[in-house]
Write a protein of this length. Structure first.
Length: 132
């Protein structure tokens, strides 16, 4: 006799796709490349500095996209920072919202170029806010 629960379990095990993420830094090109962002916060004397890492599913062209579109991606990051006030960076909610907005803008940028929106996540490696 066929045990339906074990047969269903075997089918289920064969259909499960286990996602696997890869992480990459946003690098520049050349010897003077810099993975950090350092800029003033709008309407304040304070500065923000951070390094970003990105995640995507394994097999995506994440490194190629980060290299090929580096200047445009950097402009997106700086424009997202420019939209925010100092108070937007207080607490974790505003900092997480910046990451979310960067991810959404990157994917939107790729869609406009008729490319796959491959960014799964944007992550701080280092974050420092200097208040003056």
């Amino acid at each position: 006799t066929l045990d339906r629960s074990s047969a269903a379990s075997d089918v289920y095990k064969r259909q499960v796709i286990i996602p696997s993420l890869t992480y990459s830094d946003i690098g520049g090109m050349g010897d003077n490349s810099n993975k950090s962002f350092w800029t003033n916060i709008s309407n304040s004397n304070s500065f923000i500095s951070f390094d970003l890492a990105f995640s995507s599913y394994e097999g995506e062209d994440l490194v190629d996209y980060l290299t090929d579109y580096d200047p445009d991606f950097r402009n997106i990051v700086y424009s997202e920072i420019a939209k925010r006030k100092f108070s937007d960076f207080e607490g974790s909610k505003g900092k997480k919202l910046l990451l979310y907005d960067i991810k959404e803008k990157f994917n939107s940028y790729l869609l406009k170029k008729e490319l796959d929106p491959i960014f799964f996540g944007v992550h701080y490696k280092v974050l420092k806010i200097v208040e003056r």
